[in-house]
Design a protein around this ligand. Structure first.
Ligand SMILES: *[C@@H]1O[C@H](CO)[C@@H](O)[C@H](O)[C@H]1NC(C)=O
Ligand SMILES: *[C@@H]1O[C@H](CO)[C@@H](O)[C@H](O)[C@H]1NC(C)=O
Ligand SMILES: *[C@@H]1O[C@H](CO)[C@@H](O)[C@H](O)[C@H]1NC(C)=O
Ligand SMILES: *[C@@H]1O[C@H](CO)[C@@H](O)[C@H](O)[C@H]1NC(C)=O
Length: 785
């Protein structure tokens, strides 16, 4: 107390104000009891800021930058650095830790006096360091900062990366004090500034109250008083610094009702407490050395006086609340962290309602030291592929040595993995790394590759359990498929993660069929089987009945049923798997691998036999069919349309049809026209009675008969192959013909129509004449043109 009086002596008004302030301070807070020493303290030296500092400060003081809250992040980050430093030094030199055994950061607000205090037990600064660190800045840093902010005022938020983060204090404060004690300087000093031109430096008249460390005191401006609110402060610490590895304590007060044993005592207690506190102060022990629980004397007195019989009184309880969690979960050893903790962290940190589907916690070594914790959410975001890519950038949080740097890494993960959420904490980046420059570093690329491969590893592990993998696979199938198209480097690994419905997939106990992997398919392949057969389509039930499967399933060959639109693209990119060809059963000529010479010559014979029919059919359907072949893939269906090897299947044509409008006027439109007009192969089943009967008709020279033509058209109309049907009207007519034939109704018999035409209304003669004149005018107009 002694030194406080000395400081304020000689100016009665100042003294009064100081006493009022002192009263409020001691009433409301246990430890913010150091009244700021006046700037012009005797013995204080005054210094002009270096020009660069003045310029930076002017920008900050006059800035209209809205996100002022960043000052707290900057100061905590500075504090954390300082604690980091002393902890590091303490490893080799125990003496530096002697004067203060703590390694923490404390935040304390005093709404009454508007002082906000951020204190650390870091390395502190000597007098010379205070003068240098807080009075000068590197010219290059200033120039960069000034030009960045001139270009875009939002860049002010990146102040930290220019090495001038400390000055962000002036966004919210009109008076800043830095009280610091360094182990190698016996004296604690006070640095103070209120404007961009000068600062003062003085020996702290309170003596060495810190032991070691730095206390920054901000006198908040009128428009920054929100930062005195403990709820706001807690929120900001959580937002920006939750994972700083030193405890961050926020001084909180709350009013509680406690039982009063004797109505008279609280005031006396308060007095006692105040006295005790004074004694402690005299002993030069920092007041905030311990948790202080203190009565609020005013409230207690009022209560005591008002109602002597009251059983309870209101008490102000002061507490130091640790705001950040202990050790960041990703820095703990994976073996020590139970799954529930990972899940809780995921839900809290990424605001997800569900537990994640999986997590992976790993260390990157060799070329980049980083720790990472990644999660696959149970459900992908809605409309993943339509959503703005920017909406995913917050999924990955980058820390550098526990200090949060950014979660706006654009294109850090490839788009198909943008749903991955997680944390990366690197020891290799400088803390002042900027969001922009970090993107271009080689280091980040190394990290990125590891993160991608770990993510795929996570999927691979999940895929081991078919039961639990299937729902997850369904949720992310499009992502994995898009990945195959985008990320050729990892295409093989991604292909292994795919699962397909199949005609031969194992059946689960409950009768459901599992989806199958390509690996498992290959294992089940029959002797002589030429490749992995697949069919594309959009309706599994219909696909299972597809004529394309006939000769294959009869042989016992398994066919993958690919029912997603992306499959069409994937199978154009993945043409083989493990050296086995993927064969689209709806395209080109099929071979089965079991054809012997006898089969081949039998095929040739059939082709010759059916030649009159195949030639005739090709001619009949020349708009859509370029050749007709005797089929080896059909067993029960009379005929089918087959796409050329490089052409579109029915499914592809359907997909493209749906996108036609979007393709208009783009190079894609040309492609569309090209493929949509591409002719198909008509394959006929030589073993089918209908085809044989048709062959006889054609050979009987009945080929020119309308009847035969109609029959053939009807056949083509119900051809299965998934091609969009264009000629609906024609089909209706042909079905009618088929029905007539079946019922033996004359094909020319007409329905009797007895609906009469309504009479025309006679128009008056005048109107008729006018109409005639109009017609003539119109003609004249046309002539003029
Ligand atoms: C970041 O800090 C390093 C030293 O840690 C320094 O060499 C570098 O110039 C700084 N970069 C910026 C942009 O201030
Ligand atoms: C804050 O960090 C800067 C570097 O960004 C350093 O020069 C300065 O000394 C630190 N200030 C305090 C008060 O710790
Ligand atoms: C934080 O460290 C300071 C010393 O710098 C100490 O006085 C204080 O008691 C510590 N606070 C907590 C809550 O541990
Ligand atoms: C596979 O997942 C299912 C469903 O989550 C689970 O019930 C089953 O125990 C798992 N099987 C193995 C072998 O882990």
């Amino acid at each position: 107390m002694k030194h406080r009086r000395r400081r304020t002596a000689g100016n009665p008004r100042k003294l009064l104000l100081a006493l009022v302030a002192l009263f409020l301070v001691s009433a409301l807070s246990a430890s913010a009891s150091d009244v700021p020493p006046p700037a012009t303290e005797a013995g204080a030296e005054e210094f002009a800021f270096q020009t660069e500092v003045s310029r930076v400060m002017n920008i900050i003081i006059n800035s209209l930058y809205k996100t002022k809250e960043i000052f707290l992040r900057e100061l905590i980050s500075n504090a954390s650095d300082a604690v980091d430093k002393v902890r590091f030094l303490g490893i080799t030199d125990k003496a530096v830790l002697q004067d203060n055994a703590y390694l923490n950061i404390t935040i304390e607000a005093d709404p009454a006096s508007r002082w906000l205090t951020i204190q650390d037990s870091g390395i502190g600064m000597t007098k010379a360091e205070l003068k240098k660190n807080l009075g000068t800045i590197a010219k290059s840093g200033t120039a960069d900062f000034i030009s960045a902010v001139e270009k875009n005022k939002d860049e002010l938020g990146l102040i930290g990366q220019f090495g001038v983060g400390f000055y962000s204090a002036f966004l919210v404060a009109d008076r800043v004090q830095v009280i610091s004690k360094h182990p190698s300087d016996p004296v604690q000093h006070v640095w103070e500034s209120t404007d961009a031109s000068k600062f003062t430096l003085a020996e702290d008249p309170s003596g060495n109250t810190l032991g070691r460390g730095t206390r920054i005191r901000l006198h908040l401006k009128d428009d920054a008083t929100e930062f005195l609110d403990q709820t706001k402060l807690r929120e900001l610490v959580k937002k920006y610094s939750e994972f700083v590895q030193f405890p961050i304590y926020l001084r909180t007060t709350k009013t509680v009702e406690v039982e009063a044993e004797e109505p008279e005592t609280p005031a006396a207690d308060a007095a006692d407490a105040a006295e005790k506190k004074d004694e402690e102060a005299k002993e030069d022990k920092p007041v905030d050395d311990e948790m202080v629980v203190e009565d609020a004397p005013d409230a207690a007195k009022a209560d005591a006086a008002g109602d002597k019989k009251a059983k309870t009184v209101s008490e102000e309880v002061v507490d130091w609340e640790q705001v950040n969690v202990n050790k960041p979960i990703w820095l703990r050893s994976a073996a020590d962290v139970p799954t529930e903790d990972y899940n809780a962290f995921f839900k809290a940190y990424f605001n997800d309602a569900d537990d994640p589907a999986a997590h992976i916690h790993f260390k990157g070594e060799g070329g980049s030291d980083f720790k990472s914790l990644l999660f696959i959410p149970r459900r992908p975001p809605n409309n993943m592929f339509q959503a703005d890519p920017q909406s995913f950038i917050r999924n990955i949080k980058l820390f550098v040595r526990r200090v949060f740097i950014t979660d706006e890494l654009i294109d850090f993960l490839p788009r198909y993995l943008s749903f991955i959420k997680g944390v990366i904490d690197s020891d290799d980046f400088p803390l002042n790394v900027s969001r922009e420059t970090v993107q271009q570093t080689r280091l980040l690329k190394v990290i990125k590759n590891k993160v991608v491969s770990k993510t795929l590893q996570m999927f691979k592990t999940l895929a081991r359990n078919a039961t639990s993998y299937e729902p997850l696979y369904k949720a992310y199938a499009s992502n994995l498929k898009a990945g195959i198209l985008e990320d050729t480097r990892n295409a093989k690994k991604l292909t292994q993660l795919l699962r397909f419905h199949s005609t031969g997939a194992p059946v689960a106990d409950d009768g459901r069929t599992y989806m199958t992997s390509l690996d498992d398919y290959v294992e089940r392949m029959r002797k002589g089987q030429q490749g992995i057969y697949f069919l594309t389509g959009n309706d599994l039930d219909q696909m299972r009945k597809s004529p394309y499967l006939e000769a294959l399933t009869t042989r016992g060959y398994e066919v993958l049923l690919m029912d997603e639109s992306l499959d069409e693209y994937v199978t154009q990119s993945v043409t083989e798997f493990d050296g086995v060809k993927l064969i689209n059963v709806g395209k080109g000529k099929l071979t089965f691998g079991d054809e012997d010479d006898a089969a081949k010559s039998a095929e040739k014979e059939l082709a010759d036999e059916f030649q009159p029919l195949t030639t005739w059919l090709t001619e009949q359907f020349k708009d859509t069919v370029d050749k007709t072949l005797v089929s080896n893939r059909l067993t029960t269906t009379p005929c089918a349309l087959i796409a050329a090897e490089g052409g579109w299947t029915g499914r592809m044509q359907e997909i493209m049809e749906a996108q036609k409008a979007a393709l208009a006027n783009s190079p894609g439109a040309f492609m569309y026209e090209h493929f949509a007009r591409q002719k198909k192969t008509l394959e006929i089943n030589p073993n089918h009675p209908v085809m044989r009967a048709l062959l006889e008709r054609v050979e009987d020279d009945a080929a020119d008969n309308d009847d035969t033509r109609d029959l053939a058209r009807s056949l083509l109309a119900w051809i299965k192959g998934g091609y969009p049907i264009k000629d609906l009207d024609g089909i209706a007519r042909r079905i009618e013909t088929a029905v007539r034939l079946g019922l033996k109704v004359d094909l020319d018999a007409k329905a009797k129509v007895d609906v009469k035409e309504a009479p025309v209304v006679e128009a008056p003669a005048k109107k008729k004449a006018e109409a005639k004149a109009d017609d003539e005018d119109e003609e004249a107009a046309h002539d003029e043109l």
